[in-house]
Design a protein around this ligand. Structure first.
Ligand code: TXA
Ligand code: MG
Length: 334
């Protein structure tokens, strides 16, 4: 029988039960790519110690290879083998792991995560996810897993297995379906290098909770400032429709991404949280953006979101989704 060409194969989608996780771990050990649920968004995992597996991740996502990946490990002990932790990095890890915090630290001398996963940087991004499927998969694979969000570069991050399939089914080996992600925005990325810890990307842990543990403010740009993380330039998470921010009223050609009932009763509107709960709004954000985009209207109007708690991450993602997509910027998307 003739073998099916790679481009026409579609990844199998299987339940994230014990058998599914065991099969996925086997695929990863053999150098394959597996999409899997985390508490934030679905990730696209490959063996972080293998240059070849990591090269496949970049190719599947069409991601530029100078944008480094997060290495996912199952414990703080495993993280300490890969990175050098300052006292403050350790304090943050102990407070928020397992959970949606990524720490960028200097690479440890005995680290096994390959240079390609780090995009050649002398630093490494590490995260211990709290989702039981993610943890079981890392343990089963028996090595750190490099895992960007499981979307094609520049698209909205996936929070269900179906979203992954829309973007990547033809380019990866397996999709583990563990249901919708509970947090809904990616991890907060904090660099603990020289000087005070720096916020590189607002995310699933609110800035205020991190600053409460540190006892001082995070360094780093305020809202709208320039971020230092290679994957954090504007023009990102872009829906097809044009996004209009801070809208108080809907116009005729617009779908509405509402918050707290700002737009009133209207068709083509989804309310991120009628009760103005920012955690609920984050959990709904990417799925609602995809649904509204699928209506095919030229524009999506987004109601104002308070800039507190997870509101900082939501506003960050909305600002990126609204940014004009310039040709050379597209190269930086992840
Ligand atoms: O919640 C998440 O973080 C998800 C799930 C799957 O864990 N992953 C995720 O990965 O969002 P990705 O690749 O889409 O975003 C990782 C971000 C990028 O902005 C990248 O530039 C930054 O982390 N990053 C990774 N390594 C870095 C490093 N050494 N220095 C600075 N930034 C780094
Ligand atoms: Mg991403």
């Amino acid at each position: 029988m003739k073998s099916v060409p790679q481009s026409s194969t579609r990844a199998r989608q299987i339940a994230a039960d014990a058998a599914g996780i065991a099969e996925a771990a086997e695929v990863l050990r053999a150098g394959g790519l597996v999409a899997f649920p985390t508490e934030t968004v679905y990730g696209l995992a490959g063996d972080a110690t293998s240059d070849a597996a990591v090269a496949r991740i970049y190719a599947a996502k069409q991601r530029p290879n100078y944008n480094p990946l997060i290495a996912h490990v199952a414990s703080l002990e495993a993280a300490l083998q890969q990175g050098i932790f300052t006292a403050e990095a350790l304090r943050l890890a102990k407070a928020f792991w397992p959970g949606p915090l990524t720490l960028v630290v200097p690479l440890a001398p005995g680290a096994t995560v390959c240079a390609a996963a780090r995009a050649g940087q002398p630093t490494i991004a590490l995260r211990v996810p709290v989702h039981p499927v993610a943890l079981a998969l890392i343990v089963g694979a028996g090595r750190p897993l490099a895992a960007p969000s499981a979307n094609r570069s520049g698209r909205v991050s996936p929070v269900t297995a179906a979203h992954v399939a829309e973007d990547l089914a033809g380019a990866i080996d397996l999709i583990l379906d563990g249901g919708p992600c509970s947090v809904g925005v990616e991890s907060t990325v904090v660099a603990c290098l020289e000087g005070p810890p720096r916020l590189l990307r607002p995310g699933g842990i609110a800035r205020g909770d991190i600053e409460a543990v540190l006892g001082h403010p995070l360094a780093g740009p305020a809202h709208g400032g320039k971020l230092a993380s290679p994957g954090m330039l504007a023009s990102h998470y872009a829906p097809r429709a044009k996004l209009r921010l801070d809208a108080m009223k809907l116009e005729a050609d617009e779908a509405g991404l509402d918050f707290g009932g700002t737009f009133g009763a209207h068709k083509n509107v989804l309310d991120l949280s009628p009760a103005r709960d920012l955690d609920q709004a984050a959990a709904n954000l990417f799925a609602y953006l995809r649904k509204l985009d699928a209506l095919g209207l030229p524009r999506i109007a987004a109601a104002p979101i308070p800039h507190e708690g997870l509101g900082e991450a939501i506003n960050d993602r909305l600002a990126r989704a609204a940014a004009p997509r310039e040709r050379d910027e597209a190269a930086f998307e992840d």
